[in-house]
Ligand binder design. Structure first.
Ligand code: NAP
Length: 315
């Protein structure tokens, strides 16, 4: 922080994108302040084993990976604070007037800001779903599918994600049942056709998940007719919930450009937003890939973009 109390760079978010941006910015001598929030660590904190983050041959637990990323950024001087940002005021001219971020502890002023607030997978909202998270209940087929070789699993949802994940999961599972609350699917025709043509996929349309069953690990789910009362049990060791994601962008409404689903828009070929000195990184700006490694890579890009922008304004 300079003598005038203005930071060069503030980073909002404590997931792979935020910590990687912090690591690069700290090594680049930008002395970033990182507002990681009370939910620090992001989605990896509710993930058990991560097998596909490069560099960990035997895999690594999600929370351990986040702790390592955080410590690595701190090693180079990142000032990481467990504070939630409650309001932001982006400046049209951050050279004259810095951007401002409010937390319960006060107001942070910064010339450049990286928004890396992530997205959260929607949950069905059952107590048993929360209890069995990481013990059969998953929100990411790419992350966890390989743990279910020759198992019977269920995918919930009727959108493109559900179709895509169900088709992908048939590579591992012996049977995949799609449970959707309506008879009609929301997904695009091509994705539905692909899933319908797959002999390993079974369908339970017009049903909602009422309960996840199992003590220490998922063993079955109970589903109930959406329009009726009849219930049935489907034995399964995996339940992949694919009912959409919500980007964490409420704070930025009216200030940063978003797509129709609330994801932040980056300038093509860059992590810059439309606001000078404000950059977006990770899942908050990505509804396509949503992987720890892609978020981390995008965090690196945002730090480099911010560094160049700061160099340019100081020149
Ligand atoms: P989505 O299109 O919003 O679909 C969510 C699905 O989950 C809907 O079928 C919805 O049911 C259901 N759902 C929502 N809340 C639920 C709840 N509480 N309980 C039970 N079911 C619930 O989300 P998405 O599939 O993740 O797709 C998001 C965006 O990414 C879309 O624009 C999609 O086209 C795009 N996408 C594209 C591809 C691709 O082209 N390769 C792949 C994945 C995603 P209702 O239908 O009844 O509302």
């Amino acid at each position: 922080m300079a003598d005038d109390g203005i930071h060069e760079l503030a980073i909002i978010g404590g997931g792979p994108a935020g910590y990687t941006a912090a690591l690069y910015a700290a090594r680049g001598d930008l002395h970033p302040v990182v507002l990681e929030g009370y939910a620090a660590g992001g989605q990896l904190m509710i993930t058990s084993e991560v097998d596909n983050y490069p560099g960990f041959k035997e895999g690594i637990m999600g929370p351990e990976l986040m702790q390592q990323m955080r410590a690595q950024a701190e090693r180079f001087g990142a000032d990481i604070r467990t504070e939630d940002v409650t309001a932001v005021r982006f400046s049209a001219d951050p050279i004259a007037t810095p951007h401002e971020l409010d937390t319960h502890a006060g107001t942070i002023k910064a010339r450049a800001v990286i928004v890396a607030t992530g997205a959260t997978a929607r949950q069905i909202g059952l107590e048993s779903e929360a209890r069995l998270q990481g013990r059969g209940v998953s929100y990411c087929a790419v992350c966890d599918g390989a743990f279910f070789r020759e198992h019977e699993i269920v995918v919930v949802g009727g959108g493109d994600s559900a179709m895509e994940e169900a088709s992908f999961l048939t590579k591992f599972a012996s049977k995949v049942t799609i449970v959707h609350r309506r008879d009609e699917l929301r997904a695009s025709k091509v994705m539905i056709d692909r899933a319908r043509a797959n002999p390993k996929i079974a369908w339970e349309l017009g049903y909602v998940v009422e309960e996840c069953l199992g003590e220490d690990a998922l063993s079955a789910i109970r589903i109930r007719e959406t329009e009726g009362t009849a219930t049935k049990e489907i034995p399964c060791t995996g339940l992949f919930v694919a009912i959409g994601h919500d980007p964490t962008t409420t704070l930025f409404q009216g200030m940063l450009d978003m797509d129709e689903n609330g994801y932040l828009l980056q300038t093509p070929g860059s992590t810059a937003t439309k606001v000078a000195g404000v950059f977006a990184a990770g899942d908050v700006a990505d509804h396509v890939y949503r992987q720890a490694i892609t978020a981390a890579g995008n965090g690196c890009q945002a730090a480099l973009d911010a560094e160049r922008w700061l160099t340019d304004i100081e020149a």
